[in-house]
Structure formats: C-alpha cells, structure tokens
Ligand binder design. Structure first.
Ligand SMILES: [Zn+2]
Length: 409
C-alpha cells in the first residue's frame, strides 16, 4: 500500500514534494517522491489532497484516567490545593468512569494526531485496556505511599501481572506496560528503591515527576510547607531531603538511572542540568499544564545547551483543556518564539521517540521504521515556512496510521 500527499515530512531531511510512503506489514519500506517510487501492478495508491504526511506524534506524559476531571478545577491555585482536589474527586469515581476516560482519551489523542501514548495511571486500568487498543502505548501504573504491606502487595501483584502477561503474549509488541512512582516526595526511599529495582527488568524507561514548581522546591529545602503536610496526610511522611537540591539528593542515592524520563523539571539549575545530561535523561515538558499552575518557566535553553533530550506531554485533563500535542507545540512556540518550528516539531516526534528508547523505529519516516504516521490538512503556501504552518496554524488530522493499520481515514 502507498500513501501519497502534497508533501511528506520525514524529520530526517527536507520535505518531499508529491511525496509518498510505501508500507509492508507494520513497517515503512520506501519514502520518496511518487515519480521515483516503484509501484507494483496491483499496488493500491491512496492519494490525500491538500495534505501533509508526517510522523505520528508522541505524547511522552499523560494521565488519561483523569479525563473525567476536564474543566473541574480552577487554574492558578496552589499546587497542594489542586492535588487535594484531585484526590478528593478520585473517591467519587467508579472503575467504569476511569475506563471510559481512558478509552475516550485514546480516541481523542488519535484524532489530534497522536499515535503513541506514555500514559500514567494510579488505577492500573490502563494496563488492562491498552493491549486491545489501536494506539501504540506505554501504560504505566504509578504508585505513591510506601511502608504498608498493602502497597508492597499491590506493587508485587502488578509486576507479576506484567511479567506473566509478557510471557503469555497478553501484550502485543505495540503495548509495553511498566510501573513507577509519582515523585520522590510521595513515597518512602525504601519503596522508591523497591520499585526502581524491579522496574529495571522492563524495557521501558523509568519515569517520575520531578521539580515541578516552587512548592515542591520549598518541600525539599525546608522539609515543611503545605505540600509536605498534604503528602503526610495522604501518602505518609516524605523523606527528609536535608535541604538538598532534589537532583543532587537523588543522584547521590543512585535513584536516577541512565535514560530516565523525568517529567516537568521546571526548576533546574546549571549544575543539576549538567549532571542530568551525564545520565542521558529525557525531560517531558508539559507547556499548558505548567501554564495552568503558573509554574516557573521551563528552562528550555539550559536543557538544549546541555543536550538534554526534551519531549512533550499533555499531563492530565485535571490541568489541561485537551490532549492535543499540536496545541502543546503552539503554546511552546508562543513562550519561545526564537525556537525554529522545525525544532518544535522534533519535541513531539524525534525527541519523544528517543525518550522512549524507540529512536530507531519511531519519530521519523524512513525505510525500516514502524508505519506510524498522520496526514494533516494543510494547503502549503510556498511563500511561508511549512513547519511554521504546521506548528502555528489550525488544521485537521485527516488520516492516522498506527503499526501499519489505518485507524483514522
Ligand atoms: Zn503527570
């Protein structure tokens, strides 16, 4: 099957005019101009007019199960107050509410051009639902708290379910489940280490929230404050961070393994950035969520100058309007107008793939790569830059292909 559009953006070279993508099974076999492509006699060619084909977007951090909370909480409140509201709202949800939220979130993501989701949930329902869904996924069960038998028991059961499921082919290749912790201050250090050690056996990057905003910074520095008290009430007393910078504290204790996918890092100093770069971490930045909380501005230049891989996430509907990564790119560009739009597009494609350890098979359209791509309706005006049109203008997703399967057309 061949898919032809006005242009194909490969993210590995200039846009290809009258470009086409040929697929075989779930892989791309050829990408070039249609005039140069070999077409078998019985080969079907699907033509998309006024359309640009590009890699499917990669959402490196979301919480689909919180889809029920869309529009529920006001922006700009203290982070600890928001956390308290979310925890209270969770008590009113049934499993089927979460399940509906996850399924709707998957549909919404695909319709907005996302073909891979790194989805974090506290219920573990994402690990049950994603294997049967068309989207490429990394469902993660997130744990908080720690030193209770119940917590260890639930964690060990989850790990057993994942490893048994993997050996019995419960999970297709495009669904790789994992486990994690919410953040270092929401669990004991012993439990953190327990999760990290067992997570290491999975082929998914370890991921947790870190240095999100000033309240968290205050907790690390003073071992007190509203966020500290909230955690004490809900998850148990946070560890004593001894007034240390969280990155230094965690690195000293070997709690940030190579290629960790850190989420947020809105508060980062020069030394921490260079130490994180040595660990080859990636950072999932969630522009609209940061804006919702009025967090300090994400230190993009600092990360960029240290060659830290920055990718994009949407966070949850409890602090965002929708699941569109195009909107995240738009918000990012409005904060960093000097960053070229081709670089912005990398955040949601190439960089997302690298963050998930999939840089050799996702994020670009090249022979041998997985057939995950989308078609967006743009009639390119040669007077303008195509990447500017993609990042800064409104358009629709006309087609989505995931793992060689047409999921939207
Ligand atoms: Zn999150």
């Amino acid at each position: 099957m061949i898919y032809k559009a006005d242009y194909v953006i490969t993210m590995a070279g200039p846009p290809i005019k009258d470009g086409a993508v040929k697929i075989r099974g779930n892989r791309i076999s050829e990408v070039r101009s249609i005039s140069q492509m070999t077409i078998d006699n019985d080969e079907e060619v699907k033509v998309f007019k006024d359309t640009i084909i590009m890699p499917g977007l990669i959402n490196a951090h979301c919480h689909l199960e919180l889809g029920y909370a869309r529009g529920l909480f006001p922006p700009g409140e203290a982070f600890s107050m928001w956390l308290a509201r979310v925890e209270k709202s969770r008590k009113e949800q049934l499993d089927e509410d979460y399940e509906n939220a996850i399924r709707l979130g998957i549909m919404e993501s695909i319709h907005s051009g996302t073909t891979t989701l790194f989805d974090v949930g506290k219920t573990g329902l994402n690990i049950k639902i994603f294997p049967d869904e068309t989207v490429r996924s990394f469902p993660v069960r997130e744990f908080s708290g720690g030193e209770t038998n119940l917590n260890y028991q639930q964690f060990d059961e989850q790990i057993a379910y994942i490893s048994e499921g993997s050996s019995s082919f419960l999970f297709p290749d495009k669904c790789q489940p994992s486990v994690s912790i919410r953040s270092p201050y929401t669990c004991s250090e012993t439990f953190f280490r327990h999760v990290l050690t067992r997570q290491n056996n999975l082929r998914v990057p370890f991921s947790f929230h870190l240095s999100e905003g000033q309240e968290e910074e205050g907790l690390y520095k003073t071992n007190s404050g509203q966020l500290h008290d909230f955690c004490e009430r809900n998850f148990g007393t946070p560890p004593d961070f001894q007034g240390k910078n969280p990155v230094n504290y965690l690195l000293e204790r070997k709690l940030i393994p190579q290629k960790t996918l850190l989420v947020h890092c809105n508060v980062l100093d020069v030394k921490s950035a260079s130490r994180l770069a040595e660990k080859n971490v990636s950072i999932a930045h969630c522009p609209r969520s940061s804006d919702f909380f009025e967090h300090p501005e994400f230190p993009f230049e600092l990360c960029y100058n240290n060659n830290i891989n920055v990718c994009l996430g949407t966070e949850s509907m409890a602090c965002n309007e929708d699941l569109s990564l195009f909107e995240e790119m738009h918000m990012f560009r409005s904060k960093y107008p000097h960053v070229d739009c081709s670089e912005v597009l990398k955040l949601a494609t190439v960089n997302g793939a690298r963050a998930l350890g999939m840089e050799d098979s996702l994020g670009k359209l090249l022979p041998g790569y997985l057939a995950d791509f989308i078609g967006i309706t743009i009639k390119h005006d040669p007077a303008f830059d195509m990447f500017d049109e993609i990042v800064c203008e409104e358009h629709e997703v006309a087609m989505a292909m995931i793992d060689g399967e047409e999921v939207l057309i």
